[in-house]
Design a protein around this ligand. Structure first.
Ligand code: FAD
Length: 504
C-alpha cells in the first residue's frame, strides 16, 4: 500500500535520479543487500543504491534530494561497512550511498612531527592500519574490530582499550570533508567551520556525509604483550581498572570482560596465552561463579623488550587479581589489533556470524557502576549471557564536549557492552526474544534506579526517547540539524527521527 502511495505521489523520483550527471551509478534493482546490517533484525528496502566514484557524485545526489524538498520524505543514508545494529545505515524507500565505492582518494600518509593520514570516508580501518604501517606509523585510537569504515565509526565515537589515554577515535581527527544536507562540499576542522566539524563527529550520520578524514598517527610498535587476569570481586576489579586509567599507566590498552557461568575457561586461553603459574592455573576452578577478567596490553619494540618486561612486572605487582589466573601472550601489533577478525572467520565457518545481534551498549557513570553490577550481574544475568560482555572505564577529559556524542556527566564512565548473538528460531534463553527481554530488564532497571546511563550506538523509536537521550544537548542537536540538513526539519510536534535514523 505504502509503495503505491509513494509511487503515485512521487512517480518521477527514480527517473530524476537517473538523469543526474555522475561518474558512478545508481542501482535500482539489486538493493536487497542495502537492507541488511550486522544486527540482522531490521530490514528496510531502499529505492536506489548510489555507487559514487567521486565526492561530487555524493554532492550532486544530496543536492538533488534537497531540491526535491522535505515533502518528498526521500531519505539518504550513508552506508559504510553496514555493521550497524538497528538499521542506522538503511534508508526506507530512500537512497543508500555505498561509501566503500568512493575510492577516488588514495590514502596519503604524512610523516613528520605530527603524522597523519588522509583517507576516504568509506575506507576500512584495517586498510588504514596496513597502509600506515608501511611508514612505521598507526592511528592511536581503535575499535576492537577493524573491518568498519572511518565514516561509520566517526559517526558514533569509535572506542576500545586505548580510549582511556587517547580518547575515542573522534578525538583523534584533525580535519574532515563533509557533504552537507544541501549538497555543499565543506572542509572543516577545529579552526575552520568548527561547528560542522564537531556536529558530524559522533553525529549519527545526521548532519552530513563524511567523504574524507585526516586521522592523527603515532609511531607503531612492533609487538604487544597481551595480558589477562581474573577477579572474583567486582569492587577489586573496578578499583584496579580505575587505577590503571588514572595518571601515567604503563599499559597502552585497558579493557575487561565479565565471565558468567563458564567452566574450563582458563583452559581455553591456553591455546594462545601462557599461564604464569601453569600448575596453579590448572587447579583454578570457576565453579560457575561470575568472574571479571581484566585485559591489558603493553606495546613495545624488540629492542625495548627487557625494559617493557620490567615495567609490566612492576605494574602487575600493584594489582589485586587472583595470582594463579595471570596469563600473558606476546603477539605482533597487527595481530593484536585485528584479533576480532580471527573470531569472525571461525564464527563464519560455523554459520554463526550472520545471526541476529541484539547488542546493548551502555555508558555508565563511575559512581553508579556498583549498583548496576549488583543488579545486572547479580540478578538479571546470573546463568547466561549469550555473548561477550565488555566492561571498562574511560576518562571523560579525553572526550571533546563540542562533538555530538552523548556521554554521562562524570569524569570517569564505563562502557558496558552486551554483545549477544541470538540462536536463530530458538525460543529458549539463547533466542532473540529472551535476549531482548533481558536487555529491556537492564534498561528498565537503569531508568528506574536513575543511574544516568546513556546508550552508545543509540537507537530509539520516538522523539521523546531521543529528547531524553540528548538531555540538555537536544536544543543544540535541533539547531545543528536545521543548519546542516534543513530539509529534514518537520513541523513542530512531528517526529524528526524515524526508523531508521537516516539523514534525510
Ligand atoms: P555503518 O553501519 O555502515 O554506518 C553506521 C552509521 O554511520 C549510520 O548511521 C550511517 O548512515 C553513518 N555513516 C556511515 N558512513 C558515513 C559517512 N561516511 N558519513 C556520515 N555518516 C556515515 N564500535 C566501537 O566504538 N568500538 C568497538 O570496539 C566496536 N566493535 C564492533 C565490533 C563488531 C563486530 C561490530 C559489528 C561493530 C562494532 N562496533 C564498535 C560498532 C561500530 O563502530 C558501529 O556499528 C559502526 O557504525 C560500524 O561502522 P560501519 O562502517 O559498518 O558503519
Amino acid at each position: 500500500c505504502i509503495t503505491i502511495k509513494i509511487n503515485l505521489c512521487f512517480p518521477s523520483i527514480p527517473y530524476s535520479l537517473k538523469t543526474l550527471s555522475i561518474d558512478g551509478h545508481f542501482d535500482f534493482e539489486q538493493v536487497e543487500h542495502a537492507a541488511k546490517d550486522f544486527g540482522n533484525r531490521y530490514s528496510y528496502l531502499p529505492l536506489a543504491v548510489l555507487y559514487p566514484k567521486s565526492v561530487s557524485d555524493i554532492a550532486t545526489t544530496v543536492n538533488h534530494v534537497w531540491q526535491i524538498g522535505g515533502g518528498s520524505e526521500l531519505k539518504v543514508a550513508a552506508r559504510g561497512h553496514g555493521h550497524s545494529l538497528q538499521g542506522q545505515a538503511q534508508a526506507h524507500r530512500g537512497v543508500v550511498i555505498n561509501m566503500e565505492s568512493l575510492k577516488g582518494l588514495k590514502m596519503q600518509v604524512h610523516t613528520g612531527n605530527f603524522p597523519y593520514v588522509d583517507v576516504s570516508g568509506g575506507e576500512l580501518w584495517i586498510n588504514i592500519l596496513r597502509e600506515s604501517l608501511k611508514h612505521g606509523l598507526a592511528p592511536k585510537s581503535w575499535t576492537d574490530y577493524l573491518h568498519l569504515t572511518v565514516g561509520g565509526t566517526l559517526s558514533n565515537a569509535g572506542i576500545s582499550g586505548q580510549a582511556f589515554w587517547h580518547g575515542p577515535q573522534i578525538s583523534n581527527v584533525y580535519q574532515l570533508e563533509v557533504v552537507t544536507g544541501k549538497g555543499e562540499v565543506v572542509n572543516c576542522s577545529e579552526k575552520q567551520n568548527s561547528d560542522l566539524f564537531y556536529s558530524v563527529l559522533g553525529g549519527l550520520g545526521q548532519f552530513g556525509i563524511i567523504t574524507r578524514a585526516r586521522i592523527s598517527l603515532e609511531p607503531a610498535p612492533e609487538m604487544v604483550k597481551w595480558i589477562r587476569m581474573v577477579y572474583t570481586d567486582f569492587a577489586t576489579f573496578t578499583r584496579d581498572q580505575e587505577k590503571l586509567i588514572s595518571g601515567q599507566s604503563t599499559f597502552d590498552y585497558v579493557e575487561g570482560f565479565v565471565i558468567i557461568n563458564r567452566t574450563g575457561l582458563l583452559n581455553n586461553w591456553r591455546s594462545s596465552f601462557n599461564p604464569q603459574d601453569p600448575l596453579q592455573a590448572s587447579q583454578f576452578k570457576s565453579d560457575g561463579r561470575t568472574l571479571f577478567c581484566l585485559e591489558l596490553a603493553k606495546y613495545f619494540n624488540h629492542e625495548d623488550m627487557v625494559l617493557a618486561n620490567q615495567e609490566i612486572k612492576t605494574s602487575l605487582s600493584q594489582l589485586n587479581h587472583i595470582p594463579s589466573t595471570l596469563f600473558i601472550s606476546e603477539v605482533p601489533y597487527m595481530e593484536f589489533l585485528d584479533r576480532v577478525h580471527i573470531s569472525e572467520i571461525k564464527l563464519r565457518s560455523r554459520g554463526l556470524w550472520e545471526v541476529p545481534h541484539p547488542w546493548l551498549n551502555l555508558f555508565i557513570p563511575k559512581s553508579k557502576i556498583h549498583s548496576f553490577a549488583q543488579e545486572v550481574f547479580g540478578n538479571i544475568l546470573t546463568d547466561t549471557s549469550s555473548g561477550p560482555i565488555l566492561i571498562y572505564p574511560v576518562n571523560k577529559s579525553k572526550w571533546d564536549n563540542r562533538t555530538s556524542v552523548v556521554i554521562p556527566e562524570e569524569d570517569v564512565f564505563y562502557l558496558v557492552a552486551f554483545l549477544s548473538s541470538a540462536v536463530p528460531s530458538s525460543t529458549g534463553n539463547d533466542g532473540l526474544e529472551q535476549i531482548l527481554i533481558r536487555n529491556k530488564r537492564i534498561l528498565d532497571f537503569c531508568e528506574i534506579a536513575g543511574l544516568g546511563v546513556k546508550q552508545y550506538l543509540p537507537h530509539f523509536s520516538t522523539q521523546g526517547e531521543w529528547k531524553s537521550h540528548f538531555g540538555p544537548h537536544w536544543e543544540a542537536f535541533i539547531r545543528r540539524k536545521s543548519t546542516y540538513d534543513p530539509s529534514a526539519i518537520l513541523a513542530p510536534g512531528q517526529r524528526i527521527f524515524q526508523k531508521p535514523i537516516a539523514y534525510s
